[in-house]
Design a protein around this ligand. Structure first.
Ligand code: NAD
Length: 271
């Protein structure tokens, strides 16, 4: 079935990529709406013109409530507060939701979960197939190398990114802590400045770099006495996330209400 996709955050970095993928897709999808922030001066502009492709006939709008009935699935890459409000609208109108927003506070994450209980939601901090495969490899490495290995997660992103560490780095941390039977909140170390102590065994350290136009890089290091394993993912373009999100929308369209993620879409939980 050709899924009718709406894009929220259409004028953003990810939104522009999503417009291109949804409008010209080899994935079975069609662009049904393109939603920008309330009051945006871009309202009324053809979404194809915005991204330099042929006109799509879908004009940018700030009226998500009015456009929801035209779509099967909303793909939302807006900042957290807007994403929460948009999720509530999806639930009210019974529309499925692909959510790519990162940086929810714990309270917002809970509100999001409660608000979307009645609809199908696919939420992932990273929609690239490579990163989702990396989660599986990380769990395997953590299990095989055991407590002896010190684990460090390093991530780099562009200068505009709002949240740190990235949602993907935290998701990797969750996977790694879980593989050791721990909760990330109990073992994560985000800051070592001014602490004159050696490394606490079993902790998972995070380091963050923000610079230039780096799309997204994550390296997880497992280090023991005598050897080091690194699992590294580098995104060269936001296209990987956008294609993954549209693929998720296609997959989600005929699912029952519930919570899914990109690992479900890729069938990585079946192995
Ligand atoms: P961005 O700032 O470039 O784009 C966000 C857009 O949302 C802006 O154009 C803003 O005007 C718009 N917006 C704000 N409120 C809105 C509303 N109510 N309705 C519609 N649009 C609204 O940010 P970005 O780099 O595109 O990233 C967006 C989010 O996606 C961030 O949380 C980022 O971390 C996340 N992200 C996730 C993935 C993934 O694979 N899950 C990949 C990249 C980025």
């Amino acid at each position: 079935m050709t899924v009718r996709v709406g894009v929220a955050g259409a004028a953003g970095r990810m939104g522009r990529m999503l417009l291109q993928v949804a409008a010209g897709s080899d994935i079975d999808a069609t662009l049904a709406a393109a939603i920008v922030r309330p009051g945006s001066e871009l309202c009324g502009v053809d979404s194809g013109d915005l991204v330099g492709i042929k006109p799509t006939g879908i004009k940018l709008s700030d009226d998500l409530a009015g456009w929801l009935r035209a779509m099967d699935v909303l793909i939302d890459f807006t900042p957290p507060e807007a994403a929460l409000a948009n999720a509530r609208l999806c639930a009210e109108q019974g529309r499925a939701l692909v959510s790519g927003t990162t940086g929810f506070s714990p309270e917002q994450a809970l509100e999001f979960d409660v608000a979307t209980r009645t609809i199908a939601v696919c939420q992932s901090a990273n929609f690239s197939p490579g990163v989702n495969l990396a989660y599986t490899l990380l769990a395997q490495a953590a299990a095989v190398l055991g407590e002896d290995a010190d684990i460090e997660i390093a991530e780099s992103h562009h200068r505009h990114k709002l949240d740190a560490p990235s949602g993907t780095a935290l998701a990797m941390g969750d996977v790694l802590a879980g593989a050791r039977g721990r909760k990330l909140t109990d073992v994560a170390v985000f800051d070592r400045a001014g602490k004159a102590s050696s490394r606490t065994p079993g902790t998972i350290g995070f380091s963050v770099l923000r610079a230039g136009d780096i799309v997204g890089e994550h390296t997880v290091t497992f280090a023991t006495e005598g050897e080091r394993l690194e699992i590294c993912h580098k995104a060269g373009s936001r296209m990987a996330f956008a294609r993954g999100a549209v693929r998720a929308a296609q997959w989600l369209a005929d699912r029952a209400p519930g919570r899914y993620d990109m690992q479900d879409v890729l069938g990585l939980k079946e192995n």
